[in-house]
Design a protein around this ligand. Sequence first.
Ligand SMILES: *Cc1c(COP(=O)(O)O)cnc(C)c1O
Length: 457
Amino acid sequence: MTTATSAPVAPVYTVSQERRIVTAIPGPRSQELHERRRAVVSEGVSSVLPVYIAKANGAVLVDVDGNQFLDFGAGIGVTTVGHTEAHVVEAAAEQLQDVIHTLFTITPYEEYVRVAELLAEHTPGDWAKKTVLVNSGAEAVENGVKIARKYTGRRAVAVLDHAYHGRTNLTMAMNYKAMPYATGFGPLAGDVYHAPSSYPYHDGLSGADAAARTTSWLEKVVGASDLACLVVEPIQGEGGFMVPAEGYLPALQEWCTANGVVLIADEIQSGMARSGHYYASEVFGLEPDLVLTAKGIAGGLPLAAVTGRAEIMDSSQPGGLGGTFGGNPVACAAAVAVFESIEANDLLSQASRIGDTLKDGLAELAADYDIIGDIRGHGAMIAIELVKSGTAQTTKEPFAAAVTHIAEYAAQQGVLFLTAGTYGNVLRFLPSLAVTDELIADGLSVLRDALATLERP
Ligand SMILES: *Cc1c(COP(=O)(O)O)cnc(C)c1O
């Protein structure tokens, strides 16, 4: 165990924090690698941008041809503390020398316990909490559902429209979009119910009205007494960074508590400092019964967690939870370093700073381009929803081709933007918290050029 209380040093970057394009995109070496990949990697695994990355540091990716990209995706919100962040690298390297694996369910180790302590401290709610560590977000969702079913003795699972929860058998039944996540992969798991959500830009409902719609739907279609859990993303990720109307989430929690339903917050994308809080639940005053953490928790190493009320987490029989690699010591050491970096570098404030800079810059663009229908999000989790010209005040017709154009144009200029949205018309910004205001301004200047070169329908 690294006792690792020493403060991380101020970032010294091993890659200059700037974009630089020196070949066509993708470059010749990336194209070569892509040919090799196509011979041996399943076509079911796709890549947004087929440039092959050789090095990554801070907010910059370097490909095998020497091109440098500003990374506004952070591996979908994983390298929140920055790529190859020095403190994380050091902690993981040290742990590699000590113990790589024993299996916590055979012979345990301190790092797992330390991560559970940190999660108990930083997840919302000041009650006694316990944790199980697993390998991936989807596995955390699966375990959250297992635990809620065991605790309640009930069968049904509720999710919200526009949700994304993963690609395993249970979680693909919990996603809103069949294509590409579930199409042809059935039969899907049963007893999963998709309730209407809060999407203020489209439904115009107050939090109270949207919550009443959700809970009355659940009462009619499922029946509260059969419902084990309601799983919500406090800010929806893949669905398009929908921020629910004020009061929506606390009203759902109140209904769940009154009906003995476990409320599970899937904070896999929105958690770990991204929103300017440790967990986006805090933005809304939500204190969920169980919280799921993954993506950003270990600086890029695979680790995920279910954390929540001790009496719920303890309902499983011994041996019912766990798995071979869950809570791997190296991933745990990295996670401890991530928590330390968040504190030492005041990353919650950095996330808020990034959100302010992005929102200001995007508002300037929206003043010139009416296709930017909505700007939403919190901290370093911001998105714009693009609609066809002239429809923003009326039908808000999705303009997915604009998002595709922007992402492709930006990649050619050395900026990696990710898309999202049920209708493919959302551009999302989830940079690492190492990104400076200068780099954000540079990225937004490329976005402005992309908008200027867009063909209107
Ligand atoms: C990414 C994600 C998942 C799935 O996590 P994996 O690690 O890819 O299995 C689940 N829920 C949300 C909200 C996510 O963003």
